[in-house]
Design a protein around this ligand. Structure first.
Ligand code: SAM
Length: 347
């Protein structure tokens, strides 16, 4: 039963989730579908991936029930992702259900933006308070090539709609790929800054058994920083001490030396690890709990929810977090990642 102190902590009625490295887990990424309307070349193999049967995808009631268990363990921030979360029908109903869970105080969404023109306002009104949008190029042809079917004009219109709906400091996520968009780093920064958005660059990880990873194409965090500086002559990047853009995630933030509002984030799982500060776990669309993105091992929370209810799920979460891996072993040559693709675990 909740005590007065528990209530002060929000929804938490149990001791917080702390792993053996004393990392506090308060952030859950929830994949609502393993399907996507885009086919990004670094994310999906040419021949696709096998999808979970629809019957095995968690219902909204199951997702909310399991998120409620995490909330009792002190998780307060949730990110909806996928696959592409906006292709899941009636997503706003799920957002409303999650909003009603005591202790959940932040709901974020990662999207490719393709459906944002229609969905930005309902998502905002239902309770999404933060938005990340993936955009790997500002050139329509290149964008179509890397997404295999994406339409840049739709994403740009979606970003306008999101701003009009009241989303601020939208994060723009770009996987930085040498020979593809390394010449667009400056343009992506300027695009974001002129719209009060935060550009972020991600090092490509060797997911899916490394089959999509091209070692020579990895743009390291240091090379990304150098590219930003080259695009702004006379400027250097300095750590963002104000931390205005800092979220719940692993990005490290920098600003132009002359302009503290020109913030850029870099997510560097390959060359500048951040595992020692990892605060997250992931729930796949079929209810698999992954405590580290880099490994295939997972606990089937869907089966536990159906057979043992909240108490069984809470015990399993505790046990899984207790043995959370200390860190990943991604290797620069493209080994050391999971067999599963990002879309299957949840990005
Ligand atoms: N569809 C949504 C989106 O586009 O943001 C959410 C899921 S997507 C898998 C989440 C993020 O993972 C995207 O920004 C995508 O670019 C990134 N991503 C996918 N595969 C990756 C990889 N191998 N390495 C690094 N980032 C990757």
């Amino acid at each position: 039963m909740a005590t007065g102190t528990d209530r002060q902590l929000g929804g938490a009625t149990d001791a917080p989730l702390v792993d053996r490295q004393r990392r506090v887990i308060d952030y859950l990424r929830v994949s609502v579908t393993d399907r996507c309307n885009y086919r990004c070349t670094y994310c999906l193999p040419d021949d696709g991936v096998s999808h979970v049967d629809r019957a095995d995808i968690l219902s909204f009631e199951e997702i909310a029930g399991i998120v409620g268990c995490f909330a009792r363990l002190g998780v307060s921030r949730v990110r909806l992702t996928g696959g592409e979360p906006t292709v899941r029908r009636d997503l706003v109903d799920l957002v409303r259900m999650l909003r009603a869970i005591p202790g959940i105080r932040d709901i974020a969404l990662s999207t490719n933006g393709h459906l944002l023109s229609e969905l930005a306002t309902p998502l905002r009104e239902s309770g999404v308070n933060r938005l990340n949008v993936s955009i790997d190029s500002l050139d329509a042809e290149k964008f179509a090539a890397i997404t295999r079917r994406g339409e840049l004009h739709r994403v740009l219109a979606g970003l306008d709609a999101a701003r009009a709906a009241g989303f601020s400091r939208i994060k723009l996520n770009t996987v930085a790929v040498k020979g593809f968009n390394d010449d667009e780093i400056g343009a992506l920064c300027r695009f974001a800054w002129s719209r009060d958005m935060v550009p972020r660059f991600i090092e490509q990880m060797p997911m899916a058994g490394g089959q999509l990873y091209v070692p020579g194409a990895l743009m390291s965090a240091a090379q990304i920083r150098a590219a930003v500086e080259r695009a702004h002559p006379g400027q250097s990047l300095v750590p963002d001490t104000a931390g205005a853009a800092r979220g719940a995630g692993p990005a490290r933030y920098w600003t132009l030396s002359s302009d503290p509002t020109a913030v850029v984030g870099i997510i560097s799982p390959m060359t500048e690890h951040f595992c020692d500060t990892c605060n997250r776990v992931r729930l796949s669309a079929s209810g698999a709990l992954h405590t580290c993105l880099a490994y295939d091992d997972a606990v089937d929370l869907r089966a536990l929810w159906r057979s043992a209810g909240p108490d069984g799920v809470i015990a399993a979460i505790r046990q899984a977090v207790a043995s959370k891996r200390d860190g990943h072993v991604f290797d620069l040559v493209g080994i050391g990642g999971p067999r599963k693709a990002m879309i299957q675990i949840g990005g």
